[in-house]
Design a binder for this molecule. Structure first.
Ligand code: FES
Length: 119
């Protein structure tokens, strides 16, 4: 079971946007879309590019440099040129004194041999 760390308040990440945060010296993109708030490594698997600077499209995030779109639940690329998944992290929303806080797991979600996160 992962530990969680509080990284932002929900209002910091408006719907349809991404925010870069740092957890244990790892850059993570928080993404708020219609299906919830997700945390995915901020580093594209194709090159060292910040995914949080990309565009949120239908609950995916599109790398701004070459256009690969990544599934926010699995980290898997949906379009080339990226071919490898980026790590994902569990997210939980915690209400505290009337404010909704975003907490992220300190370790990435384990993946199985086919690269998909294990539940
Ligand atoms: S750097 Fe992200 S798709 Fe090329």
């Amino acid at each position: 079971m992962s530990d969680f760390v509080r990284v932002a308040v929900l209002g910091d990440v408006p719907m349809g946007t991404a925010l870069k945060v740092t957890v244990n010296n790892r850059a993570i993109a928080l993404v708020n879309c219609a299906e919830g708030v997700f945390a995915i490594s901020d580093v594209c698997s194709h090159a060292d590019v910040s995914l949080s600077e990309g565009e949120v499209i239908d609950c995916t995030i599109e790398c701004w440099l070459h256009g690969s779109q990544f599934n926010l639940r699995t980290g898997l690329p949906l379009t080339p040129p990226a071919i490898s998944a980026v790590p994902t992290y569990e997210v939980r929303l915690v209400d505290d004194a009337g404010t909704t806080h975003i907490e992220v797991a300190t370790s990435p979600t384990p993946v199985s041999t086919d690269g998909r996160p294990q539940s």
